[in-house]
Design a protein around this ligand. Structure first.
Ligand code: GLU
Ligand code: ZN
Length: 313
């Protein structure tokens, strides 16, 4: 297994939202679990703003997320507005770190330039597809020599086979999955989430990553990058997603799932936290509770392993 042997290291958790919209019940629930896990272990809780995907960044969203987290009673020890030894905590200000990691990985042979177009890859790789919706499996065309030296390359990480397995704190032993070698820097200079998240989790000394189940399929790739950088990966815990009352994944289509909207409608933070805690099996549905009051009774084994459907309010 690829995970660290549990050690005496101080627990360090994090919440790493992308400022693409308002904090909604689904992301707030993940934040609550990550916060409870850190507080129950007397650890540190780091907040990191993941704003590298600039076309999707919504103006004002980062500040709104911070405001809503605070309003719910979820505080952090390091992050935006709270200085700490691993600053900056905003990814768009950390490009020098990603560039350094990329150079190391290229020098050690874990990363190579790739000049294939999407079309070319799709034409060669019919099936099978990767674990996520990130397109067909890369056939390895540029592994030894780039296919089109005249083009500006992207950079790909050489994914080991078999992909690293890991132990998920909620789901237990989890087999590795991958879609072959994947892009860590696009030809237009964008650093990929997969690279940035690993560089940051290592730099910020995160011991356990708590996040939504939608990222479970990325975990093997992130462990592989950590190992290639000569580090051991953090532990991982994935929280099953929240669905709207209609059974669809929460999105902007669902009215009244944004925390700010619920507040404007007059709901209290304790009411919302109570509702989230109920979906985690921690309280019954009508309790009003603060995050702090949940710390003592927080029990991982109560978290349902399937997606939770919100009841209409
Ligand atoms: N920024 C990612 C998101 O909001 C989460 C990354 C992570 O927790 O690893 O979906
Ligand atoms: Zn290629």
């Amino acid at each position: 297994m690829a995970n660290d042997v549990p050690s005496q290291k101080r627990y360090r958790g994090r919440f790493a939202p992308s400022p693409t919209g308002l904090l909604h019940l689904g992301s707030a629930r993940t934040a609550l679990v990550a916060w409870l896990r850190a507080r129950q272990r007397d650890g540190d809780f780091v907040l990191r703003m993941e704003d590298l995907d600039t076309p999707r960044v919504a103006p004002g969203a980062a500040d709104a997320i911070l405001r809503d987290l605070r309003w719910l009673g979820l505080d952090w020890d390091e992050g935006p507005d709270v200085s700490g030894p691993h600053a900056p905590y905003v990814q768009s200000e950390r490009r020098a770190q990603y560039s350094a990691a990329l150079r190391t990985l290229e020098r050690t042979g874990y990363v190579y330039p790739c000049t294939c177009s999407r079309k070319e890859i799709a034409a060669i790789a019919s099936a099978p597809h990767g674990p996520e919706d990130d397109g067909p499996r890369y056939p390895g065309t540029c592994r030894s020599v780039v296919s089109h030296p005249d083009r500006t390359p992207s950079f790909r990480f050489r994914m080991p086979e078999p992909a690293p397995a890991f132990i998920d704190a909620v789901f237990g032993p989890t087999e590795g999955s991958s879609a072959g070698d994947f892009i860590v820097m696009r030809a237009d200079g964008f650093y990929a989430y997969q690279l940035a998240v690993v560089v940051d989790d290592l730099a910020m000394r995160i011991t356990e990553v708590v996040r939504g189940e939608d990222l479970r399929a990325s975990t093997s790739r992130q462990i592989a990058i950590a190992h290639a950088l000569g580090a051991s990966a953090p532990m991982y815990m994935h929280v099953p997603l929240v669905l709207g009352p209609d059974g669809e994944r929460l999105s902007k289509r669902h009215a009244s799932t944004a925390i700010a909207e619920l507040r404007d409608q007059g709901q209290s933070a304790e009411q919302i936290v109570g509702r989230l805690a109920a979906t985690l099996g921690l309280v019954d549905d009508t309790t009003r509770v603060s995050p702090r009051q949940l710390v003592e009774g927080f029990d991982l084994s109560k978290i349902p392993h399937t997606a939770t459907r919100l009841s209409p309010v």
